[in-house]
Design a protein. Structure first.
Length: 98
């Protein structure tokens, strides 16, 4: 659970020692990159960092690329019946959880 200094909850972020980051959930879309950063900084990671980032989470993608992370492995395809996707504020642990 990530809070600002005043105690207000900003969201949550999880990271594992294997280097997997997620799920990450933010109250506001603009907080998502910062919450990913919190997970990376505060997780004792043993290997490379990996995170699933849907294309609609454009602020997160931009922040991760600017931080030096790279696209790796295969892309995933998510088909959704609604026009709005929830990924501006949320990153899943993997595509199976979507």
């Amino acid at each position: 659970l990530v809070r600002e200094r005043g105690g207000r909850i900003l969201g949550y972020a999880y990271g594992s020692a294997s280097g997997r980051i997620g799920p990450v959930g933010a109250l506001e879309p603009e907080l998502l990159p910062a919450l990913i950063g919190v997970a990376i900084r505060h997780t004792p990671i043993l290997n490379a960092v990996g995170v699933w980032v849907p294309a609609s989470a454009d602020t997160a993608i931009r922040a991760l690329l600017e931080a030096g992370l790279l696209f790796d492995r295969f892309p995933g395809l998510i088909c959704w019946s609604e026009p709005e996707l929830p990924f501006a504020r949320y990153l899943p642990i993997n595509l199976a959880m979507v």
